[in-house]
Ligand binder design. Structure first.
Ligand SMILES: Cc1cc2nc3c(=O)[nH]c(=O)nc-3n(C[C@H](O)[C@H](O)[C@H](O)COP(=O)(O)OP(=O)(O)OC[C@H]3O[C@@H](n4cnc5c(N)ncnc54)[C@H](O)[C@@H]3O)c2cc1C
Length: 600
């Protein structure tokens, strides 16, 4: 069976040369994050991913998390031990504030490491990911008292965190949240309600679980402006940090689901025995606003899940394709033939599609991570603002497109295996099942796309979107002007795709106001178009850098040649879809909406 190996050369190339770690390490507080240090971190993380997490992926899926009478939950064999090692090695607090015990490393470095966790064991990393989200919420808006009480143990991983947003009637639309929070007059609240689909709502990893809960106070206005955010610990924590009474929050069941079986997805009941004690984060009625601030990071992380699971599915497919003997490949000289299915042109096409798409979404994600670092730390206010605007635009693209790409890569991974792909023992089917959730949680693709057309494109009249397009055009022009015919061809295709994207933006900005239903009908194709072209942008940049290395003899020549070949495949075989997507955006709305609801 294939073993996961982090693609270290590729990760370092993207991190250093495309995302610019050297520049990020010049930012205040990041001086220690030099490329050498980052390389050492990546190497350590890759060992943990290969030796500890990857071997548990299949067994964890088979065994699943188990619910027991009394509301306790056990995770599959080996998971708790892996979690304890993960925390002991300091991975939980990699990019968290040093004030609370974190290592304060850039988001860019954290993203590369995160990719490895997702690739080797998607279900395992959900608990750390949600804990990091909860840490972020408390750090951003919690009082000093809350921070000091909860953060050190959460950053160390001694206590885990959760995000309790969803209720049966409140999924994509959190304005419908009904969970109640009643003030007790002593600064605390009593929480009553039911939350569903809560990742790691209960488990056996940690002695305490710190739930972040959205709820309404009695006088709250209706809708989004009446939701507050609370910290609700499983065990009450004393002022000295000791654990006290069991709080009135219990896991009443676990969901049975398509994938990520090792991750418990819990139904949580708050307040059945009189009310769960909760502590307000920030101010009343501003909970959703706080959630939106931290959503950038959470959505980015789910985008990285798409990258990780795509890489893993690709590696497994390559291993199988080099092993399976079936049929005789056409048109190959005997000395060129391996005798396995990797010789078949259609297998090559599938592997190249998986590889090119994965490299493209990785590059887009890492470049976005570097922009997150610039947005938070750059000394120049204008650069911070520009970087933040770029991040805002890119987050729905990273989340929406990486996860949609993961559907295709994991499906192709099954296809490369033939019938064995449908059989669980190869592991290809698990990636396909596990990947399926990534386009749903943290906001479905439809919700990402609505965000992209509304807040991120139409609201500023397309200004930021067009600035990014101008940057892509500049790369296309550099490629077209290049002496190498392959780079020229990449540039020509990139320029055509960028023209298609421009057309879609020009249509979308007025349409969002004048024909909003048609705009929303084209929102997902618009998102896919952005992802495709942004991927082409980064692949084009990668090809230019690789060509420079080849010209001056620096870097590993086989890697650089493969980079250019993969970028060329992306340009020749994937980028042409941009024209079709633009047509769907501009002309597809009417026919998508032609039938009345009663016609279905
Ligand atoms: C395994 C798993 C883990 C999860 N973990 C957590 C967790 O830890 N914490 C938590 O709070 N929640 C969690 N969730 C919930 C998850 O975030 C929601 O399922 C998700 O946001 C979608 O909400 P919904 O299921 O109610 O679907 P709905 O909102 O009912 O959506 C159904 C369909 O309608 C579409 N739709 C809805 N509204 C619109 C709109 N305005 N425009 C266009 N299309 C729209 C959606 O795109 C979707 O296709 C988890 C879910 C699962 C399955």
């Amino acid at each position: 069976m294939s073993q996961y190996h982090a693609p270290l050369a590729e990760m370092q190339f993207v991190m250093n040369e495309l995302a610019g770690l050297e520049q990020v390490s010049q930012l205040p507080d990041f001086a220690e994050a030099t490329p050498d240090v980052a390389t050492a971190i990546l190497e350590e993380a890759s060992k943990f991913a290969t030796n500890v997490l990857d071997p548990l992926n299949f067994s964890g899926d088979q065994e699943g998390a188990q619910w027991h009478d009394g509301g306790t939950v056990t995770t599959p064999a080996g998971f708790k031990d892996a979690y304890l090692q993960f925390c002991e090695n300091g991975w939980m607090g990699l990019n968290k504030s040093t004030e609370f015990g974190g290592q304060g490393l850039p988001q860019l470095v954290a993203a590369t490491v995160e990719e490895m966790w997702h690739a080797s064991n998607l279900a395992f990393d959900l608990c750390p990911m949600l804990t990091q989200g909860a840490i972020e919420a408390i750090e951003l808006r919690g009082s000093d008292a809350l921070k000091h009480k909860f953060l050190p143990n959460m950053v160390a991983g001694v206590w885990a965190g959760t995000m309790n947003l969803t209720e049966p009637q409140a999924g994509s639309d959190l304005a419908a949240v009904r969970t109640r929070a009643v003030p007790q007059g002593d600064g605390t609240y009593k929480i009553h309600g039911t939350k569903i689909f809560i990742t790691c709502g209960e488990h056996d990893y940690t002695e305490n679980v710190i739930h972040l809960v959205l709820a309404r106070t009695p006088d709250a206005p209706p809708g989004v402006k009446g939701i507050s955010l609370f910290v609700v610990p499983k065990f009450i924590v004393g002022d000295d940090g000791s654990l006290g009474a069991r709080n009135d929050v219990f896991c009443v069941s676990l969901e049975h689901k398509l994938g990520i079986h090792a991750s418990p997805t819990a139904v949580m009941s708050f307040g059945d025995k009189g009310g769960a004690v909760g502590y307000l984060v920030g101010e009343e009625n501003r909970g959703l606003e706080y959630m939106f601030i931290m959503m950038n990071l959470a959505r980015f992380s789910v985008g990285m899940e798409g990258v990780g699971v795509s890489e893993r599915a690709y590696q497994r497919a390559v291993a199988y394709a080099k092993d399976r003997v079936q049929g005789k490949a056409v048109g190959l000289a005997p000395e060129e033939a391996t005798g396995t299915i990797i010789d078949h042109p259609d297998i090559r096409r599938m592997l190249m599609t998986m590889r090119a798409n994965t490299e493209a979404i990785r590059a887009v994600a890492y470049v976005t991570a570097a922009a997150m670092d610039n947005a938070s730390r750059h000394p120049d206010a204008e650069t911070r603002k520009r970087s933040q605007a770029f991040v805002e635009l890119m987050i729905p693209i990273v989340k929406g497109c990486s996860t949609e790409v993961a559907q295709e890569t994991t499906s192709l991974g099954v296809q490369v295996h033939g019938g064995m792909g449908f059989i669980e023992e190869t592991g290809a089917a698990q990636h396909f099942r596990d990947a399926r959730i990534t386009t749903i949680y943290e906001g479905t693709t439809g919700i990402q796309a609505n965000d992209l057309i509304g807040r991120k494109t139409a609201r500023d009249g397309g200004t930021v979107a067009r600035k990014v397009v101008a940057e892509i055009d500049a790369v296309a022009a550099d490629l077209v002007a290049h002496g190498d015919p392959s780079l020229k061809a990449i540039g020509t295709q990139l320029a055509q795709s960028t023209a298609a994207l421009k057309e879609a933006i020009d249509w979308m900005v007025p349409a969002y106001g004048a024909q909003v239903r048609a705009a929303q009908a084209g929102a997902v194709p618009y998102l896919r178009l952005w992802g495709l072209v942004a991927g082409g942008w980064q692949m084009g940049r990668a090809a230019l850098i690789a060509a420079k290395h080849l010209a001056d003899g620096s870097g590993a020549a086989p890697f650089m040649k493969a980079k250019i070949a993969t970028a060329r495949y992306y340009a020749d075989c994937l980028l042409p879809q941009a024209g079709g997507l633009a047509r769907t955006v501009v002309e597809g709305g009417e026919s998508a909406l032609a039938l009345a609801a009663s016609d279905f």
